[in-house]
Design a protein around this ligand. Structure first.
Ligand SMILES: [Zn+2]
Length: 272
């Protein structure tokens, strides 16, 4: 298993961003890219296009991590990313620093950047935090929901169904996460929205490490029940359903294994 990871990882790091860059961009993520494009009118085209190029590389890596095309422990080879994206080392490092700040990438001195491997304890902490924040956000949204927001939530649920119907597990995992981001975005608290974005990405990583084989990311009927409660402006039910839903996701993971069982990727990649 260790040998496979050693061989597969650098290639995966080099190939995935190119594939990800050609994918359709989901509507909930590239806010900053849109902002960067909007800045063109200010006459600072150079700075704006540089910012959006950095954002594009960031999003490519983020989606690759969320869709499990880049697995926990994978080394992100700086030179290969420069080659594939045409970006400078400085820009790639800027992206690594942002991903490290979001705990998705771990920077190891003299060894480079690795996709993080959250421990069992960290996984539990992420779910604990989500259980505190997300039921409250769901209740908040139920109180301020509009027909347009409900339509948007239902459209998203349909995208999840389509991904499920065509057996696209990578898209299913990402879209499941993005449903939670969309709820947070609609609830209208920018600080909590940022927190949820980070926790959802981390959850995607945690699922790669601790998922039981065959367990779905988010059960689709639970998202639909949540939308129904929100549409009916039933804040108490929306909150309770979200709490249950998060418990189910955590329950579908195998967090019983001791941390020492996780592979030591730093030593595997130490020669690279
Ligand atoms: Zn969900």
């Amino acid at each position: 298993m260790a040998t496979t990871s050693k061989k597969a990882a650098p290639g995966a790091a080099a190939k995935s961003p190119r594939r990800a860059a050609t994918k359709a961009t989901p509507k909930t993520a590239p806010k900053a890219a849109a902002n960067a494009a909007a800045d063109d009118d200010t006459g600072q085209e150079g700075a704006a296009s540089e910012a959006s190029a950095t954002e594009a590389i960031y999003l490519s890596l983020l989606y690759a991590i969320m869709e499990h095309r880049l697995l926990a422990g994978t080394k992100l080879v700086e030179e290969r990313l420069c080659e594939v994206t045409g970006a400078s080392r400085a820009r790639i490092r800027q992206v690594f620093a942002r991903l490290a700040h979001e705990k998705l990438v771990t920077l190891v001195p003299n060894r480079g950047a690795f996709v993080s491997s959250p421990t069992v304890d960290e996984a539990r902490e992420v779910f604990q935090a989500r259980r505190v924040v997300e039921p409250a956000l769901a209740a908040e949204l139920a109180q301020r929901v509009t027909p347009a927001k409900v339509r948007s939530l239902r459209r998203h649920a349909m995208e999840e169904d389509n991904a499920r119907a065509r057996g696209d597990r990578a898209a299913m995992i990402r879209l499941s996460g993005e449903f939670h981001i969309l709820l947070a975005e609609m609830a209208g608290n920018a600080i909590l929205e940022k927190l949820i974005r980070e926790m959802v990405s981390l959850t995607c990583l945690i699922i790669t490490l601790y998922d039981r084989p065959g367990a779905p990311a988010c059960a689709e009927h639970e998202h639909r029940q949540l939308i129904d409660a929100i549409e009916q402006r039933d804040a108490a039910r929306a909150s309770a359903l979200m709490a249950e839903h998060l418990e189910h996701i955590e329950g579908s993971l195998d967090l019983s294994m001791p941390d020492s069982g996780a592979p030591d990727f730093y030593s595997i990649f130490s020669k690279g």
